[in-house]
Every structure is written in structure tokens, then in C-alpha cells.
Design a protein around this ligand. Structure first.
Ligand SMILES: [Zn+2]
Length: 168
């Protein structure tokens, strides 16, 4: 039990908050380490540019993740309402989503193709193991009002260019 040793784990954005329900760093350190290790595997396999993964600020409630053009990736670890850690598969989904932005700073078709490819690889490697649905209906109704929550990621992920959007 090497308590207090924790090398190179800044957790810079996951500062504990004064009030109850804030992030307790020790509870999330393992989670962030695991995410980083898995992200590193993905990045190596797909030969992605350098990046730095950390927990998002506890008050960043309006997004699942963010990717900055300089390679900083921040991922929200906790559920906005319950304050509990999100499912690991959901976190990996977000991490992969953000990792794909290292190549494409948008949500265009090339980004999406890479994202799908990476997620499929993660599935194969058992990094990404979403819980199976209770029952799969034969006919899935696809209406604009009944989108899977996963699609929320596309709407609430931020990509932040270094120079305020001067790309292209
Ligand atoms: Zn995104």
C-alpha cells in the first residue's frame, strides 16, 4: 500500500470541493489511472499524437469531455445528478471520442469513422465492454425524440482550437 506516493498524477482539475458530494481525489485516482492506461493503448495502436488525459473540473457539468488542440483531454468522471462515478464503458466511450479529436477537431465523417474504428478495436481488446441491453427489440424505432443517450456525447463534447478557431 504505497500511500501518498502517487507519482505524476496531477489530477489538476479534480480538486476536492469543500461541500459534501465533491470529488474526493483518492476515490478517482485509480479510475483516472485506468483510463490513462487504456487511452495509452488506443493511442499507441492508432498512432495518435501526444495527449494528456485528466479529469475535468467538477463543475464542468455541461459536457462529457473536451479536447483541446494542444492535446489536453478532460473527461467528466461523475454523473451530474447523482455525483457518482459514471460507468467505465461510458467513460471509455468519451475518452475514445476525445482521442479521435486528436486527428479531427470536428464531428465530421472522418472523425466519426475513426471514432467507430477505435471503439470497435476497444471492444475487441475488451477495453470497451458496454453492458448488454436487457432485451433487444426486433424493431428499433428511430425517431428524433427517442435518441439513445449516447448521442448526447456528440452534442456536449467541446473541441477547443488553440487559436480560437483559426483552423483551415
Ligand atoms: Zn467531440
Amino acid at each position: 500500500m504505497a500511500r501518498g506516493s502517487a507519482p505524476q498524477l496531477p489530477m489538476s482539475f479534480a480538486r476536492p470541493r469543500k461541500k459534501k458530494g465533491g470529488l474526493v481525489i483518492d476515490d478517482y485516482r485509480e479510475l483516472v489511472e485506468r483510463l490513462r492506461a487504456d487511452a495509452a493503448r488506443v493511442a499507441e495502436h492508432f498512432e495518435l499524437p501526444r495527449f494528456e488525459l485528466d479529469a475535468d473540473r467538477p463543475d464542468a457539468r455541461d459536457r462529457y469531455g473536451v479536447c483541446f488542440e494542444d492535446g489536453r483531454i478532460r473527461v467528466r468522471l461523475i454523473h451530474v445528478r447523482t455525483g457518482r462515478a459514471l460507468r467505465y464503458s461510458a467513460l471509455i466511450d468519451t475518452v475514445v471520442h476525445e482521442l479521435a479529436h486528436l486527428r479531427h477537431m470536428n464531428h465530421g465523417p472522418r472523425w466519426e469513422a475513426l471514432y467507430e474504428q477505435m471503439l470497435a478495436w476497444c471492444r475487441k481488446e475488451e477495453i470497451y465492454a458496454p453492458q448488454p441491453r436487457r432485451s433487444t427489440p426486433a424493431v428499433v424505432s428511430v425517431t428524433p425524440t427517442a435518441q439513445p443517450t449516447q448521442l448526447g456525447l456528440f452534442e456536449t463534447c467541446n473541441v477547443v482550437p488553440k487559436d480560437g478557431g483559426k483552423t483551415q
